[in-house]
Design a protein around this ligand. Sequence first.
Ligand SMILES: *Cc1c(COP(=O)(O)O)cnc(C)c1O
Length: 387
Amino acid sequence: MSYALNSMLIHGGIDGDKTTGAVNVPIYQTSTYKQSELGVNTGWEYSRTGNPTRAALEKLIADLEGGAYGLAFASGLAAIHTVLSLFTAGDKLIVSDNIYGGTFRILDKVFKPLGLRYEIVDTADVAKVAAAVDENTKAIYIETPANPLLSVTDIAAVAEIARKANVLLIVDNTFLTPYLQRPLLLGADIVLHSGTKYLGGHSDTISGLVALNDPKLAERLYFLQNAIGGVLSPFDSFLVIRGIKTLGVRMDRHVANAQRIAEWLQESGYVKKVYYPGLVSDPGYAVQKKQADGPGAMISFVLKEEYDYRAFFRNLKLITLAESLGGVESLVCHPASMTHASIPADIRQKTGIVDELIRFSVGIEDVNDLIDDLRQAIETAKIGGDN
Ligand SMILES: *Cc1c(COP(=O)(O)O)cnc(C)c1O
């Protein structure tokens, strides 16, 4: 029997504990498992290789993404490291031009010295993706909406290019989660997440997740997961499972708040530019509407010149200045010096990650309180004012 997504969030994966009837999957805090005799075990041998709490989460993310296989890692970057380890020297990856700073860093500083090559492409322009594919290309790696400018890439269109060229399509689905967007169903081969963000949802744990359908590729990824060893602990697996139970209600509120705030910002007279794919005026609006069930809750904006963005950050009272996103609490960050500092300044400027850019992870607080906080922080940041 198959259930709607809102039921799967709570009952998907491995639901509860068969032995005791516990409604929650227990935290199997064990490194190893007794073998009754040589070569005979319970199916569990060693917790890097497999752990029942982690396995419950791995099955859950597979179910939610419409995949057959799931894997859980100690961080989003551990997941990305393992996925990138599918490739070898000489292989080329096509990569979205605005991606998470850490993804760029591991490509540029860890894998490039080992011979892996990458080409940065504005994947929102599908023709540019097709043009970049050559005989060494092994994968297309996209984020949509991308970080931090929320540009939208047409997943199905890029999947078609990938299929024709016989290369993998890898999608970082952190910003929308399977509640709003399911890339595997649109033709992607591998979907990955920083579970640290909306899936965990409470800014209390670091984790990474992968889901996919191809059995051969899954076998290789399980091998790499065990061989590299960046697995998620039983306790953190439990926290992410718990977070996912409320993903639906949280995302609904996140999106409603973000939509309202993006519209308010656009009409406020305070900003030069608002980036949010839920705005009809946004270049990604139509594609986002076609491929996702909502635009998410990340907004980026640039204040007009008469406001000092440094003072804005300082003046906020309810909204917190911090790295990360996707938690119940609203966070703002300064991509140029924080999340995207590892991207060279010239590339940042070229791709629009200007020094004045503010990224806002809209939380689930009362939306009027959030707007009031933004307004007072901007007003008191007026240059020549009394901030
Ligand atoms: C945070 C983030 C990552 C990295 O995940 P960690 O859990 O911090 O290692 C990757 N991609 C995106 C889009 C992110 O926001």
